[in-house]
Design a protein around this ligand. Structure first.
Ligand SMILES: Nc1ncnc2c1ncn2[C@@H]1O[C@H](COP(=O)(O)OP(=O)(O)OP(=O)(O)O)[C@@H](O)[C@H]1O
Length: 291
């Protein structure tokens, strides 16, 4: 089966200006991603997990078309991603709703951009608000909704204009543990109902194993794919307590084994960065080409 999304040898570096006092400012590259290759199948739920600062959001921005790789390419249905468009919906950690619009109007927004007529727009927006379990809250404003409800609306908004791929950047990280778990199982239900391809980014191992059909584990910066793990649970949405299942615990342990050193390295990098400024040295000779 051909890939829905094909990430091929992607490198990404950023040029940052360092202020050297009276000397001329010098540009120093930050190597964010190094030789990322990953194929995501149509309808797959792919989770990318990695330590803080390893380049997860950078990768998501590339998938969204918000930035371009320094080298390598990303294909959607075999065609290079040229910029942001409605084929990919994005849900961020911060809810990114318009505070002056009601829940319904927020969900209608993407449809408006797509040129869908008013009546059809309202109908579709109501259906997606139902799908995320918020029927009856259509006329509430964001400030009248809890964090979990706002994130449900953000998901409804991203799904309403029918993107082929849903990109999710730590969408539940700001929520309390119980709301997060509820939304995780809701998301699996929505994924089953819609058949969308989902790429979900997190630094939570448990979240990754619970949600993903496959989990790509990233290294510390420059981010590389360290391993891709198959998650062999077929009955995620059956309602049984998967998290305490011995196989779940074993895979969680396996992923932590892969991540442990990366988390320590990334903590050291963070300390180095705050001591010596933003420009950290690449730690590999084969690092990214400059932009
Ligand atoms: N526009 C930019 N200019 C310079 N450096 C950047 C830029 N965007 C990201 N970086 C650097 O690239 C590296 C990867 O950042 P990114 O935000 O993608 O990591 P992350 O894995 O999403 O981190 P977190 O989990 O903490 O959100 C970091 O060192 C970051 O400082």
């Amino acid at each position: 089966m051909s890939a829905k999304i094909s990430i091929q040898h992607v490198h990404k570096s950023f040029q940052i200006q360092r202020n050297l006092g009276h000397l001329k400012a010098s540009a120093q590259p930050v190597y964010a991603l190094q030789d990322i290759s990953l194929d995501v199948r149509p309808g797959e739920f792919m989770v990318i997990v990695g330590p803080s600062g390893c380049g997860k959001s950078t990768l998501l921005d590339l998938l969204a078309g918000l930035t371009k790789p320094s080298s390598g390419q990303i294909l959607l249905d075999g065609k290079p991603i040229a910029g942001p468009d409605l084929s990919r919906g994005i849900v961020f950690q911060q809810y990114a709703l318009f505070p002056w619009k009601t829940a319904l109007a927020n969900v209608e927004f993407g449809l408006e951009t797509k040129g869908v007529g008013r009546k059809e727009r309202k109908k579709t927006a109501r259906e997606f608000i139902q799908l995320v379990g918020l029927g009856g809250f259509e006329n509430r404003y964001p400030h009248e909704l809890s964090g979990g409800m706002k994130q449900r609306i953000a998901i409804a908004r991203s799904l309403a204009y029918d993107p082929e791929v849903l990109l999710m950047d730590e969408p539940f990280a700001a929520l309390d543990a119980q709301t997060r778990e509820t939304l995780q199982s809701e998301l699996l239900r929505i994924w089953e109902a819609t058949g969308k391809t989902i790429i979900f980014i997190t630094h939570g191992i448990e979240e990754a194993v619970y949600l993903g059909q496959r989990v790509a584990v990233m290294s510390s910066r420059p981010g590389r794919i360290k391993a891709v793990i198959d998650i062999p649970f077929n009955a995620r949405t059956s309602g049984e307590d998967l998290r305490s299942h011995p196989e779940f615990v074993a895979i969680r342990h396996q992923i932590w084994g892969l991540l442990k050193d990366e988390v320590h390295k990334s903590q050291e990098q963070e300390m180095e960065k705050s001591l010596h400024g933003a420009g950290a040295k690449p730690n590999s000779k084969g690092a990214a080409a400059n932009e």
